[in-house]
Design a protein around this ligand. Structure first.
Ligand code: AMP
Ligand code: MG
Length: 409
């Protein structure tokens, strides 16, 4: 009897249960911490802004001194950003600039567009202010002692800026996972070694190696690239053993189906065990997960299908969250959105399908015509994937779940 395929959500949950965060952190300059996963909470040692300050170029005053439009006040001081003024004398205004601390005693800023300087020493206030206007309060962004970034956050431009705004030059991040990568398939040829016109019959270029390496590197992995491994049990076993000795994870492409030329599964079973194999998704059914051991060292094994789109999609949906969780990242779920389908897909499927789609000019999703798992042009064309449930059919106008590619890379 055929064993039923594992639902994707169950497979992901099982995978993540194995993804115990790797031990080890490193301290990096903020200049080099983009995309890395924060290892410890960042706590602010100061208020941001540090003091009440002006949100405008204008005049700081007491509202009571300008209760009616047209009040005229002597200008008692000038406060540029970066300078602290004196307490504001009653009945006077201070010339003030954006970002400058509000002088003690002032309770509002009037923007310069609402004022008329009279003779350099006096100002006419043309609009009566209300208390607090255009004052940015101390701590309105961040209060001292607040956790501004939690451990497990992946750093991006905004997070880097925020860490800098509380005075950090360096942060502690999870170390890079070491990941061995190899492709299986005797038909594979590396681009650059044989010209297109000279390709032997049956040969194809190794495309998976390139996108997998790129995706791994974007996920902070240090890649041990073992290239193409011949389709033999011995060679596959040796490559997996090397990976177990030197790496935290080994990612393979191809050779995990059921044919006699598929040596990856038997090789994994020799060195360790397979925990998971065959997922109810399309493309990507042959995905496998397990572990391999050699010389007392152990590595996670992730076996991706050989078909390029299957490889790409299973990496994005399963390997990516796994590798991020190894780094302690908390929120690893891609953010999806409801979108309107601009196409029909009347075929229900017993597997959950991920269709390559793109935004159309009408604001609806268009579908790439050829959804075959070998058609890499579909991935280049696509803005994302439609996540189609088991048995679901799609008619134009239906609301569908869209996963932007940017959430998967
Ligand atoms: P496999 O999973 O090894 O049975 O491979 C499935 C299909 O994907 C076959 O048509 C292979 O030729 C193709 N394929 C496997 N590995 C790669 C690769 N690295 N680059 C491009 N195509 C591949
Ligand atoms: Mg193969």
């Amino acid at each position: 009897m055929k064993t039923p395929l594992k639902p994707l959500d169950d497979a992901l949950a099982e995978l993540l249960a194995h993804a115990a965060p790797l031990a080890g952190t490193e301290t990096l300059s903020l200049f080099h911490a983009d995309r890395r996963v924060l290892a410890r909470d960042v706590v602010s040692g100061l208020q941001v802004p540090p003091r009440d300050n002006s949100a405008m170029d204008g005049y700081a005053l007491r509202c009571a001194d300008a209760a009616a439009a047209g009040a005229q006040l002597p200008v008692s001081q000038r406060i540029p950003a970066g300078h602290v003024g004196l307490p504001l004398a009653a009945g006077t205004a201070a010339r003030i600039f954006t970002g400058a601390p509000v002088p003690e005693g002032a309770d509002a800023i009037v923007m310069q567009e609402d004022c008329t300087p009279l003779d350099g020493e006096r100002v006419q206030v043309n609009a009566a202010p209300h208390a607090g206007q255009f004052i940015r309060k101390s701590g309105e962004d961040i209060v001292r002692g607040a956790v501004v970034l939690t451990a497990g956050t992946r750093m991006g431009p905004a997070e880097l800026g925020l860490a800098a705004s509380v005075g950090l030059a360096e942060i502690a991040v999870a170390r890079r996972p070491r990941v061995a990568l190899f492709s299986t398939g005797d038909e594979l040829v590396m681009p650059g070694t044989v010209a297109p016109a000279q390709m032997p019959p049956g040969a194809i270029y190794n495309s998976n190696r390139f996108f997998l390496r790129s995706m791994l590197e974007r996920l902070n992995c240090e890649v041990l690239d073992l290239g193409i491994v011949p389709d033999t049990l011995a060679a596959t076993t040796e490559a997996l053993a090397q990976a177990a000795r030197e790496c935290d994870v080994v990612v393979t492409s191809g050779g995990v189906s059921v044919g006699e030329e598929d040596h990856v599964k038997p090789a994994v079973s020799r060195l360790g065990a397979l925990d998971l194999w065959q997922i109810a998704i399309k493309p990507g059914k042959p995905f496998a997960y397990g572990h391999v051991q050699a010389d007392g060292r152990r590595a996670h094994f992730i076996g991706l299908p050989g078909n390029p789109v299957s490889s790409f999609v299973t990496f994005a949906l399963l390997a990516r969250p796994f590798l991020l969780r190894l780094q302690g990242m908390r929120d690893i779920t891609p953010k999806t959105m409801a979108a309107s389908a601009g196409f029909d897909w009347p075929r229900p499927d017993s597997r959950r399908e991920f269709l390559r789609v793109r935004w159309g000019a009408d604001g609806r999703l268009a579908r790439f015509t050829n959804q075959s798992s070998g058609v890499l042009t579909s991935m280049v064309w696509a803005d994302g994937l439609v996540d189609k449930a088991i048995g679901q059919t799609i008619a134009a106008g239906d609301t569908v779940r869209f996963v932007p590619l940017s959430e998967l890379l």
